[in-house]
Design a protein around this ligand. Sequence first.
Ligand SMILES: *Cc1c(COP(=O)(O)O)cnc(C)c1O
Length: 394
Amino acid sequence: MIYLDNAGTTKLDEKVLEAMTPYLLEEYGNASSLHSMGQKAREALEKAREQVAKCINAKPREVYFTSGGSEGDSQAIISACRLGERKGKKHIISSKIEHHAVLHTLEKLEKEGFEVTYLDVYDNGIVKVEDLKNAIREDTALVTIMFANNEIGTIQPVEEIGKICRERGILFHSDAVQAVGHIPVDVEKMNIDMLSIAGHKFHGPKGVGVLYARSNVLLTALIEGGAQERGKRGGTENVAGAIGLAEALNMATIEMEEINKKQLVLRDRLISELSKIPHSILNGDREKRLANNVNMCFEGIEGESLLLLLDDEGICASSGSACTSGSLDPSHVLLAIGRPHEVAHGSLRLTLSKYTTEEEIDKTIQIVPKVVEYLRKMSPVWDQLEKGVRKHVI
Ligand SMILES: *Cc1c(COP(=O)(O)O)cnc(C)c1O
């Protein structure tokens, strides 16, 4: 199979597995136990915490291990709101293209009486800093804007956002699940107060993540239990998972430049070749996007059918996010950048990894146009477009 769904999840690096294995088979003690096996696990866990901290320029005690990106997003946003409401601040600023882990948490808070401003991202999929400035109110408790989008790969002006939030004394959280391990992230330089990370998006294991929270930010525990993670996340520590995440992040940080260089060439070939398909359009800014992300719409077809046929041809792709697939609603991200419903339905996301080869991209470039053509031949909508009964929109 040609795996081009790396924004969905990635393959575990074998070196990561090697680093984890001893802590599953030999040093499997509970990191909270007092005996020597427990203490060995504890030492390894704290070393992993230090490694992660170093990669994002944080302090080890600001790193909390979680179960993944969704948990980090939820905890960061809920914590900021609990802090805000004590001061009578019940306004949040976010964007229209956040991950559902953020959007659904915000929806819950709206039901509790919080007010949320969702910033526009225009046709390039990027928020305007000027809009953020205008949206800030006296009672703004939190700004939560993702670092890089999981569907269209666009990178937000996080450093500028952080600067504004710091100047105005507003907490800033960023869902950096797609960014960490892929592009440089520095919580100090970028004035980020909270940041969510998931191990499985950079060749680490699934089910483990990190919530970075600046030392002055008081977190609210979502899971009660023991005193693990400084009392902010109950439950026996996932030692092997944390070690795997740290090892993967460390490798991704070291190899970042080289991998990005290689991916950029492959990505750009994909974009330029697939753009030759008539009535197709690239989604998201052409330049300010992740080096591994291609997202396009093809008029007159259904993304779901495209995915199934590509799967038959040996290509694992996605139509957007794993969370949107299975639902009939088109992606909220594609709607936010102004794609009409019928166009948004015909989307294809191809996301590369360090394991993606030139041959795989060559094959993809051959197969995708053929499948699109095949589907259009059978599509009544395409027929109407061809006959001029319906007008092309892209
Ligand atoms: C994958 C992803 C998440 C969710 O992470 P999980 O580890 O699956 O909970 C959140 N935000 C973004 C941007 C993601 O890509």
